[in-house]
Write a protein that binds this ligand. Structure first.
Ligand code: FES
Ligand SMILES: [Fe+2]
Length: 431
């Protein structure tokens, strides 16, 4: 059941301020990217709604007491492993007066102690210590009936799949494997097929709305146009074998491209620029794909609604978590990993290839810029619409071409369902 947010009680659903002229989400009102009230409602209905949010990887918290502090939407969260090996996640906000309890990004601890008045919580999020609970010399302190068990950190429900940890705030969320659906369960089992090791992190702040990024991920069409490096070195060829796979609801998307059967995509081919007189790679191994899965996919970008992406770009493996900070800004938190049984040469290769992605990535830095120039340019006209017809109109589904943006519409259709929007209807008060 969806909770009614105070914004809705005070008036109409802010998402209904904008007209949705197309039932198939081929038009997206710009106000959805700019309206702070829409952003506030998204926090309740999307990130705290009936979805599984990516939290962390089990390999990041291997031992009892290991923790990481993350964010789910704009809610700060601690995810940690208890002494008995179980994983827990809870809101990183003190049950006393709301301070951030754990201020380190990661570490190992016996308990999380708030710096303000030193309330302490165990690794299950239970309140275990309150200084001066009974006052001093019989004076002050908390009332006799204070019950620690009623003042815990707000827990999240947890589920894991092959070492990937997801959490939800909602009791209504379907089982994780149903939520992910067959293609994405298979993709996670493919990527996390054996023990991994984390290689490092990157963080990228983008001054734009978070949904411009989820749009970008569901638009493989831009890859061979926007990204000059890809075009120059032939990494993205829009005529290559590739396409998009969706779950049954169309809310998740995997853009994929395959090494063509019988063709040797050697580093020589990739590193030969279109105009060799102008530019060339000194180290061609940067783009050399070392086949490591039984299939031929050398590029898979699986975007799970609402907040994460599992990427395989060549041999660069990473999870990206979208952390929303305001209607106008979000952060991408990148966790790069390889496998425990990688030899040093493979680890070096993955790290070298990781230069392709991240805030200054050779094939991803333009995404941040594209998002920011959209976000700025649409500010003045919240009632106008984005045009989304590459890949056609009508229902969405899998496609066998990269010249499509219809996975974007799958995202928006599910988004509308959670936000209480019926696309195709006029805005409230509109003619
Ligand atoms: S706000 Fe945390 S102990 Fe007071
Ligand atoms: Fe891109």
């Amino acid at each position: 059941m969806i909770e009614i947010h105070p914004i809705e009680m005070a008036g109409a659903n802010p998402a209904l301020r904008y007209a949705w002229p197309a039932a198939d989400c081929t038009r997206i009102p710009y106000g959805m990217y700019r309206d702070p009230d829409v952003f506030a409602l998204e926090q309740k209905r999307i990130f705290q709604g009936p979805v599984w949010n990516y939290l962390a990887l089990e390999a990041e918290i291997p031992d009892g007491g290991d923790f990481r502090t993350i964010a789910v939407g704009d809610v700060p969260v601690i995810v940690n492993r208890s002494r008995d090996g179980t994983i827990h996640a809870f809101v990183n906000r003190c049950a006393h007066r709301g301070a951030t309890v754990q201020r380190s990004t990661h570490g190992n601890t016996r308990a999380h102690v708030c710096c303000y008045h030193h309330w302490g919580y165990n690794l299950e999020g239970k309140l275990i210590g309150v200084p001066f609970q009974r006052g001093v010399d019989g004076k002050g302190g908390l009332p006799e009936d204070f019950d620690k068990s009623r003042h815990c950190l707000r827990p999240m429900r947890i589920a894991t799949l092959n070492g990937v940890i997801f959490g939800t705030f909602s009791d209504a969320t379907e089982p994780l494997e149903d939520f992910l659906d067959t293609p994405f369960v298979a993709q996670l089992k493919r990527l996390f097929n054996r023990p991994i090791k984390v290689l490092g992190y990157q963080r990228q702040r983008i001054r734009g709305n978070w949904k411009l990024y989820t749009d970008n991920l569901r638009d493989p069409n831009h890859g061979g146009l926007l990204h000059a490096f890809q075009v120059t070195f032939g990494i993205a060829r829009l005529n290559q074998t590739g396409g998009a796979k969706l779950d049954r609801r169309g809310r998740h998307n995997m853009s994929w491209a395959a090494q063509e059967m019988g063709r040797d995509h050697s580093d020589q081919e990739y590193s030969t620029p279109r105009d060799a007189s102008k530019i060339a790679l000194r180290d061609a191994t940067l783009l050399q794909y070392r086949k490591e899965f039984p299939d031929n996919y050398n590029l898979t970008i699986a975007s799970i609604f609402p907040n994460c992406i599992f990427q395989q770009i060549g041999n660069t493996l990473a999870v990206r978590q979208i952390r929303t900070t305001s209607v106008d800004e979000f952060e991408i938190f990148w966790t790069f990993y390889g496998y425990e049984d990688d030899d040093q040469s493979m680890t070096d290769h993955r790290l070298r290839m990781s230069n392709l992605v991240g805030p200054a990535g050779l094939v991803s830095m333009e995404d941040g810029e594209a998002i920011e120039i959209v976000h700025r340019a649409i500010a003045a006209d919240e009632d106008k619409h984005a045009f989304v017809e590459f890949g056609g109109r009508g229902p969405v589904g899998d496609s066998d071409t990269l010249i499509t943006e219809s996975p974007m519409r799958g995202f928006w259709m599910y988004y509308c369902e959670l936000m209480g929007i019926v696309p195709g209807e006029a805005a409230h008060g509109a003619a």
